[in-house]
Design a protein around this ligand. Structure first.
Ligand SMILES: [Mn+2]
Length: 335
């Protein structure tokens, strides 16, 4: 389906219902939070009620955006209808993911909603809703939503522009990754002209970290090993995190820094988030398709950024990853 066709479906969908439940993926990231916030603001501007369901801490991103309603943590999606003031039925829009399970808490909303829609840019995307739209070649869901809003003539306010810019910047690594296109820069220019503080956003997203995170990074580097073929692997155990007085779940962002190492073609960051439960984050340059590696372990993502969670001992996960990457390198990433 073309963007033009879907833009018409989208505006009809936004007009038809009065209340909307929105969700991105579990462990909300900048794109996920940005796109849900921009959509919530657009719906509010149309006189609709909108509520975002987050599964995981979204505060790093929500705290720099215009505040929109979020479903309280103690309310389950079954009771989401109670949250609205004008009625209890709602339509559901899933963004930056397209499988209900990927939303975590909002997984059942697709069943309880009057109608559902997905807007996504993951290559592993599935068509699970009444209306589905995917652009795997586009760098962020925020960029897709921006293009759709342009086509559907949905006005973009400064608050919406900030949310969209944040998401687009986040998923392109600050407009650096190969998923950054001429259209991405044109969008960034337009959003900046609408009043976005790009200097603040880029510094905040990519060059600001808590002291404890910087220390986690130093330990991740200390634990890193560079294997033949440019495979960089760093493992952090529960004990490592305990010794630094931090929670493994708070050490996101480290993998991006591992990828700054010149010799690395692929960087894998393994965290023991619970005993025997390993969270794997991967980044790569052109030579390795990490989405395919992640899929082997039940995860997903993009060619250059992907992840999975594996219930096995750290050493075994590391060995299996190393083997899978070596096999892909031997076969060629596109084989
Ligand atoms: Mn995304």
């Amino acid at each position: 389906m073309s963007r033009e066709e879907f833009a018409k479906q989208l505006i009809r969908f936004m007009s038809r219902y009065d209340r909307f439940l929105l969700s991105g993926h579990i462990r909300p990231d900048g794109d996920s939070v940005g796109v849900c916030t921009a959509m919530a603001l657009a719906l509010q501007n149309m006189g609709k009620e909108a509520c975002i369901v987050f599964d995981g801490d979204a505060s790093r991103y929500t705290q720099i955006l215009h505040q929109v309603p979020a479903l309280p943590e103690e309310l389950s999606v079954k009771d989401a209808g109670k949250f609205f003031t004008t009625g209890t039925s709602y339509a559901f829009i899933m963004m930056d993911c397209s499988e209900p399970e990927r939303t975590g808490r909002a997984a059942d909303a697709i069943m309880t909603a009057e109608a559902s829609m997905t807007i996504d840019h993951h290559i592993t995307s599935k068509e699970t809703a009444d209306f589905n739209y995917t652009e795997a070649q586009t760098g962020s869901t925020c960029e897709i939503l921006y293009a759709l809003f342009q086509l559907a003539q949905v006005p973009i306010t400064q608050e919406m522009a900030t949310a969209l810019f944040m998401g687009a910047a986040f998923d392109t690594g600050g407009f650096r990754h190969s998923n950054t296109s001429a259209d991405t820069y044109a969008m960034a220019a337009d959003l900046k002209a609408k009043g976005v503080d790009s200097t603040f956003l880029l510094n905040y997203l990519f060059h600001t970290r808590k002291f404890i995170e910087a220390r986690a990074m130093s330990m991740a580097l200390k634990n890193a090993k560079l294997y033949e073929g440019g495979i960089l692997i760093s493992c952090m155990t529960q004990r490592d995190f305990f010794m630094m007085g931090m929670n493994a779940k708070d050490a996101d962002g480290v993998v991006g820094s591992l990828m700054e190492i010149e010799e690395a073609q692929v960087a894998c960051y393994l965290r023991e988030i619970e005993e025997g439960l390993i969270r794997v984050n991967m980044r790569s340059r052109e030579t390795v398709n990490v989405a395919r590696i992640a899929q082997l372990f039940g995860g997903g993502g993009h060619v250059q950024a992907a992840g999975c969670t594996v219930e096995e001992p750290m050493l075994l996960v590391k060995e299996r990853l190393l083997e899978a990457i070596r096999r892909q390198l031997a076969e060629g990433a596109n084989a």
